[in-house]
Design a protein. Structure first.
Length: 388
């Protein structure tokens, strides 16, 4: 197969170099299908998967009710010239399940939705500076990479995670220039209540908006994500990934007066209201409620996390610790060579387990699957000699 895609694949986190540390032809690089918690590579080999579409799948690949809903939406024509009834239906469901969201807008990707939230904050406050904590996508407003203008970079600064005193100092230092603070509620560990209180108090103090990035955590920590789990009340919430179980949909929602800013700027996308992803989201949110999915994720995730902690103790020469929480966790290795070798050994045994943040459980992961996965991880660790 010729390499016609720049950088191997259009999703950077799916590059072999990212997953395994190198482009080893003996390891899986392209897939043909997925079902439940398994994927099949181009040679037809099956793998137990914990990458789960980079966390975008919480019910399992090809969940029946979601597929039926998506297929019906396809049969209904996918898109059209008018706003679909389904758009309002899904919006009402989100607002009912997450009452801190008074109105919202739909998007296709988390990066796009985060950029929209920042623009709305700038419209609402009349300010330009933004502070962030975590990964908020690849768009210019939060990146300092090649191709981003220096003038754009100068409007963004980093906040330390779980450091109340330093966070207070940085927010106050930005003062009346600050439009918003955007943050992830889980970065290797959960945010502390003290840090969350500082974020809320200090943004209110300087007149900035608080934006929570729930792209990874919605429908995982709870249906309403960290806001539901920890009682966070931001001005804007951004959600994506698992909210439509792998179909491309993201949400920005929050205070009605802030969301009203859409009439004072231009935020729009041709396919924001295509009906397939909206139908998938409606079915996903129904399944989340009827099957009590977050409780399952916490239960099997806790089993996985406990097993990883045991492996870390048994292989202290290779593993420096365990990061994350039950629903999204990973092993922390002593060095890059070990992480590459162990991850490759797992793949060769039929297990796709990321060497960094995060691995995700789903409704399709049973306790038996988790136990078998831990066995494979243990075998891989045992087979790897400590580098000299």
């Amino acid at each position: 197969m010729t390499d016609r895609i720049a950088g191997f694949t259009s999703t950077g986190s799916k590059r072999p170099e990212t997953l395994f540390g190198s482009h080893d032809p003996t390891l899986p690089s392209r897939m043909t299908r997925s079902a439940g918690c398994q994927v099949w590579d181009e040679n037809g080999r099956a793998y137990i998967d914990y990458i789960m579409g980079l966390g975008s799948v919480a019910l399992g690949y090809g969940h029946p009710s979601v597929i039926r809903a998506a297929a019906a939406a396809m049969a209904d024509g996918v898109v059209g010239p008018l706003a679909p009834v389904l758009e309002e239906e899904v919006a009402c469901t989100v607002c009912r399940l997450m009452p801190w969201i008074e109105s919202l807008r739909f998007f296709k990707t988390g990066a796009e939705a985060m950029a929209a939230a920042v623009r709305l904050a700038r419209v609402h406050t009349g300010r330009e500076h933004v502070l962030g904590c975590g990964y908020h996508g690849w768009l210019d407003w939060s990146q300092g990479t090649a191709g981003v203008p220096h003038s754009t970079r100068s409007l963004y600064g980093e906040l330390p995670f779980n450091d109340p005193e330093r966070t207070r100092e940085v927010i106050r230092g930005n003062g009346d220039r600050l439009a918003a603070v955007a943050f992830e509620p889980v970065i290797v560990s959960e945010a502390s209540q003290e840090w969350l209180q500082v974020l809320r108090q200090e943004t209110e103090r300087v007149g900035a908006l608080l934006i929570i990035d729930e792209i990874k955590t919605v429908c995982r920590l709870a249906i309403g994500g960290a806001c539901e789990r920890f009682g966070i009340r931001p001005d804007l919430s951004v959600m994506g990934k698992a909210i439509a179980n792998g179909f491309p949909l993201a949400v920005v929602g929050g205070r009605r007066d802030v969301m009203a800013g859409v009439s004072r700027t231009w935020i729009s996308s041709t396919l924001a209201t295509e009906m397939v992803s909206l139908a998938a989201a409606k079915a996903t949110l129904e399944a989340m409620q009827t099957l009590n999915v977050p409780a399952h994720l916490e239960r099997v995730g806790a089993r996985l996390l406990s097993g990883l902690q045991l492996l870390a103790r048994e292989h202290g020469d290779l593993v420096s610790g365990v990061g994350g929480i039950a629903q999204m966790c990973f092993l922390q290795y002593g060095d890059e060579t070990v992480s590459h070798t162990v991850t490759a050994a797992c793949a060769q045994q039929g297990l796709l387990f990321k060497r960094s943040a995060y691995n995700f459980v789903s409704l399709a992961h049973s306790e038996a699957v988790v136990d078998r996965s831990l066995e494979l991880l243990g075998e891989a660790l045992s087979a790897v000699a400590k580098p000299a």
